[in-house]
Design a binder for this molecule. Sequence first.
Ligand code: NAD
Length: 306
Amino acid sequence: MTAQIIDGKAISKRLRIGFRERVVKLVSQGVTPGLAVICVGDNPASKVYVGNKIKACEECGVHSFHHGFPDSASEADVLSDIRKLNADHKIHGILVQLPLPPHIDVRKILEAISVDKDVDGFHLYNVGGLVVGNTIFPPCTPYGVQLLLETTGIDVIGKNVVVVGASNIVGKPMALMLLQKEATVTVCHAKTRDLAQHTIIADILIVAAGKPGLIVPQMVKQGAIVIDVGINRLPDGRIVGDVDFEGVKKKASWITPVPGGVGPMTVTMLIENTLRSAERALHLRKEDDYQEWEAPLLKLHQPDIH
Ligand code: NAD
């Protein structure tokens, strides 16, 4: 068996065409969606990620505002900028590129972002919303994975889903979103004993550990669906995921490549959340009550509430 490829780049491209139409509609009603990206220091990987996000904004017609701070910037400097952006009507989404320098308290920064503009979905309110299945902005990477599965026609109900990695930004929210979709979810992490004993039962295996070559064919069930979230740069400069792609693709039924799988979807879902925020702001401006309103994509893909 050779796995079919889940092409995140192509799926992203299709979604972004729809985004442009939504932007035109917003602009015709006097709202240009705006995303502020705050970056502290000059981490080379962060620069690449921020560059990709700004490029995606341009592609979709979203205004982006890059706020770069030197490594020496204080926590108070960043907090003050966030407060200004919270009050700025041109801004519908605020993103703080992580990691931050060690002298800045990440949690304090993330909590300072208005819940209404938390397009990364990292504010405690949005994180808590995941537990009960009605977050405003789902975090972009797990949201992108969920959409990849749905777009490919993969039903998760009752399936054994194994998530390798339990970080706050990928593994944990991913597990909650799939649990909400009625999958049977196992979460593994660095302290899990005998990882293979868990991965081998996965109908759907989602890997976000940041360890190249972690998942080899012997750890994968024949016909499994494998989603590789990992992004690792090897000493020779190549970018690879956490899965031995060449080996595992001979056993899996579907697999995401790296690059070109989950990565483009993360950026796409950031734009989705920013548009959703702009649409929400417009709706709130028009009507006092937004209870009945849902953005187009979220209406389709938000997990059911039980
Ligand atoms: P993290 O370091 O915060 O968390 C890694 C998780 O993996 C932890 O829970 C850890 O316990 C677990 N882990 C580490 N080694 C393990 C092992 N040997 N066996 C089982 N579990 C193990 O990382 P993160 O921010 O969640 O990112 C994970 C990976 O995903 C990285 O490669 C990162 O670059 C990538 N990433 C990709 C995207 C994307 O858009 N594709 C977005 C975010 C992160």
